[in-house]
Ligand binder design. Structure first.
Ligand SMILES: NC(=O)c1ccc[n+]([C@@H]2O[C@H](COP(=O)([O-])OP(=O)(O)OC[C@H]3O[C@@H](n4cnc5c(N)ncnc54)[C@H](O)[C@@H]3O)[C@@H](O)[C@H]2O)c1
Length: 371
C-alpha cells in the first residue's frame, strides 16, 4: 500500500484524558496534518473536544467516523479492552491505526491484529512515545553501532504512586478491561524503552502481588530478565511508591547510561559516564543541534510522518509491540506459575496467551461486576 501524502488527514477515537495530548501534538504539527474528525461514545465529550480543538466533524460512533471521508491515520485513545476491535475496524477501512498502549489485552488479540494487517495491507502502530526522545534515539544508535561495547547489566524501575481513589474509576484495576496493573498500564513504557535498546529478551523470572490497592490486578511486579545478547536486567513496576520516579540504567562494557524522570524526559534527565580509558565516548553523547523536546506524543507522531515521507515503515510496529506485550505476559505467567518463562514459550493455546491473568491469579478479586 503506498504511503499517504501530506497534509495528512487524521482522526481521533476516544476524546478523554490522553486524547488531549494527541490533539495538542497535532496542533503543533498543523503544517503537516489536520485533525478532521473525532468520535466518542459520549457525544457531549466528543462535541466539547471538537469545539476546543476546532475539529470540523464529531461522531458518537467510530464506524460513522470511518465512513465520513478519506483518512490517513486514526488515533485510538479509548480504554484498553476496546483497542483491538477498534484497530481492526480502522484497518478494515484501509487506514493506519495508531493505538494507545497497551495495543491489546492479550497475545491472542495481538495475533488477530497481525492477521487483519495481512488481510487489509493496513498497519497498526502502538504509542510508546518514550522511544522517540532524542537521547533514546541516540542511545539505540550508539548501542547498535557497538561503540559502547556489549550491554551487560540493566535496571528498569517504574516506581509510581496511585492512591486507592485512583481505582474508583470503574475500568481501572480490572484484568478484563485493562489487561493488568502497573505491568500492563504504567511500567510498560519503561520496559518497552529498555527492550528497544537491548533487543530480544530470552528468559524471565518474576513475582507479582497485590499488596494494598483495591484492585483485581497486581499493584507491584518484579522481574529478572536475560537477553539474547547476554545482558541481565531487573524490572520493577509499582503503584505503591510515594516518592515517584521512572529510572533506567544501562551498563555497557565502555559506559553507563542513566535516565531518571517521571512522565517524560529531556536531555537533562540523562547521564552518561564513560568507563576508565573510554573518556572519548562522552563526545558521542553530545546533543548537537537536535531540539530538546520532551518525550511526548508529538515526537512519535512526527516520526510516523517522517517515515511515510522517507518511504519507510513507521513505528512502533506490531512485531515490536508484541515483544513488549509478550514480556508482560511472561512476567504474569512466571509470577503466577512460579517458573521461569522463555520467549516464545507462551504459544497460542497457553492460558497466558489468551489473557494476561492466565486464569491463575492467586488472590481474590475485589472489583464489582463488569462496567
Ligand atoms: N501514552 C501515555 O502516556 C498514556 C497516558 C495515559 C493513558 N494512556 C492510554 O490511553 C488510553 C485511554 O486512557 P484515558 O486515560 O484517556 O481514558 P479516558 O477514560 O479518560 O478516555 C477514554 C475515552 O474513550 C471513550 N470511549 C470508550 N469506549 C469507546 C468506544 N468504543 N468508541 C469511542 N469512544 C470510546 C470514553 O467515553 C472516553 O471519553 C488507555 O489505553 C491508557 O492506557 C496512555
Amino acid at each position: 500500500m503506498p504511503s499517504p501524502r501530506p497534509p495528512y488527514r487524521v482522526a481521533i477515537i476516544g476524546t478523554g484524558g490522553i486524547a488531549h495530548a494527541h490533539a495538542e501534538a497535532l496542533t503543533e504539527l498543523s503544517e503537516r496534518a489536520r485533525l478532521v474528525a473525532v468520535a466518542d461514545v459520549d457525544p457531549t465529550r466528543a462535541a466539547e473536544f471538537a469545539d476546543r480543538f476546532s475539529v470540523p466533524q464529531h461522531f458518537d460512533d467510530p464506524q460513522a467516523l470511518l465512513e465520513s471521508g478519506d483518512l490517513d491515520l486514526v488515533h485510538i485513545c479509548t480504554p484498553p479492552q476496546t483497542h483491538a476491535p477498534l484497530a481492526s475496524m480502522v484497518m478494515q477501512a484501509g487506514v493506519t491505526a495508531l493505538v494507545e498502549k497497551p495495543t491489546a489485552l492479550s497475545l491472542r488479540e495481538m495475533d488477530q491484529l497481525a492477521t487483519v494487517q495481512e488481510q487489509t495491507g493496513s498497519k497498526v502502530l502502538t504509542v510508546f512515545q518514550h522511544r522517540y526522545g532524542a537521547a533514546a534515539v541516540r542511545l539505540r544508535r550508539l548501542a547498535r553501532s557497538g561503540a559502547l561495547g556489549r550491554p551487560l547489566v540493566a535496571t528498569c524501575e517504574t516506581l509510581w504512586y496511585r492512591p486507592d481513589a485512583y481505582f474508583e474509576v470503574p475500568w481501572r484495576g480490572r484484568w478484563d478491561v485493562e489487561g493488568g496493573g502497573p505491568t500492563m498500564g504504567h511500567g510498560i513504557h519503561q520496559f518497552d524503552l529498555m527492550l528497544s535498546v537491548l533487543g530480544p529478551w530470552s528468559q524471565i523470572t518474576a513475582l507479582a502481588d497485590r499488596q494494598t490497592r483495591p484492585t483485581d490486578t497486581e499493584d507491584v511486579s518484579i522481574a529478572a530478565v536475560r537477553f539474547d545478547n547476554g545482558a541481565l536486567a531487573t524490572v520493577v513496576n509499582s503503584l505503591l511508591s510515594p516518592r515517584e520516579t521512572s529510572r533506567l540504567r544501562f551498563d555497557f562494557e565502555h559506559a553507563t547510561v542513566e535516565l531518571e524522570h517521571l512522565y517524560g524526559y529531556r536531555e537533562e534527565h540523562w547521564r552518561f559516564t564513560p568507563a576508565p580509558g573510554h573518556e572519548e565516548l562522552s563526545d558521542l553523547w553530545t546533543n548537537g543541534d537536535e531540539p530538546d523536546i520532551t518525550s511526548g506524543h508529538r515526537l512519535q507522531i512526527e516520526a510516523v510522518f517522517d517515515a511515510w515521507e522517507a518511504g519507510e515503515e513507521p513505528g512502533v510496529c506490531l512485531l515490536d509491540a508484541r515483544r513488549t506485550l509478550e514480556f508482560a505476559a511472561a512476567t504474569y505467567a512466571s509470577a503466577f506459575r512460579g517458573v521461569r518463562i522463555a520467549a516464545g514459550e507462551l504459544t497460542d493455546d497457553d492460558p497466558f496467551a489468551e489473557s494476561m491473568d492466565g486464569g491463575a491469579v492467586p488472590w481474590e478479586p475485589v472489583k464489582e461486576a463488569l462496567v
